[in-house]
Design a protein around this ligand. Structure first.
Ligand SMILES: CC(C)(COP(=O)(O)OP(=O)(O)OC[C@H]1O[C@@H](n2cnc3c(N)ncnc32)[C@H](O)[C@@H]1OP(=O)(O)O)[C@@H](O)C(=O)NCCC(=O)NCCS
Length: 144
């Protein structure tokens, strides 16, 4: 299995997101090719994919690195591994690659959120060294 950065939002990548995003969210449609192209072109955004031994895309993670007044920070979003490929280290490999990329970029912290009901995900992040912060997570819904 390898983890690589997406550099072109071609049909294979679009199809992979169509397969993977419904396994992460029931309410969010998969990104269109144009939306993926926008993500890939954005200097702050790194879209990672994991490929199995046959070269098929079996997981993805998106990392955003951005500067704010308190320093260079990073967020991990939309981590998902194909149900058939779980439990063999794909999620860990994607997260480790994101940590390496954020570290290399000079980020001073790497944040993410994960609902308590996502037990596998929370175990994974804890295992890789993430520590739970005592803070409130807030959202303003712009669209219903
Ligand atoms: C959370 C998620 C990304 C984890 O992906 P994954 O590829 O299964 O993650 P890993 O394989 O690295 O780790 C999962 C388990 O497999 C184990 N594992 C890892 N490599 C292994 C191997 N080679 N052999 C056997 N087990 C292994 C890990 O120890 C871990 O065990 P645990 O469940 O007891 O903690 C995946 O379950 C998923 O996509 N879930 C739905 C979407 C989701 O919740 N996303 C996170 C949003 S915050």
């Amino acid at each position: 299995m390898i983890v690589e950065e997406v550099t072109e939002a071609g049909p294979e990548v679009v199809a992979a997101f169509q397969r993977l995003v419904p396994q992460l969210s029931r309410s969010s449609p998969p990104p269109t090719g144009a939306e993926l192209a926008e993500m890939v072109a954005a200097p702050t955004t790194t879209v990672l994919v994991a490929r199995n031994g046959s070269g098929d895309i079996v997981g993805t993670l998106t990392l955003v690195v951005f500067r704010i007044p308190t320093g260079l920070r990073a967020w991990i979003e939309d981590v998902v591994v194909d149900a058939a490929a779980r439990g063999s280290g794909v999620g860990s490999a994607l997260t480790r690659a994101a940590i390496a990329h954020a570290t290399e970029a000079g980020a001073r912290s790497l944040d993410l959120t994960s609902r308590p009901s996502r037990e596998e995900a929370n175990r994974l992040y804890r295992r890789l060294g993430f520590r739970q912060r005592d803070t409130n997570v807030w959202r303003f819904e712009v669209r219903t």
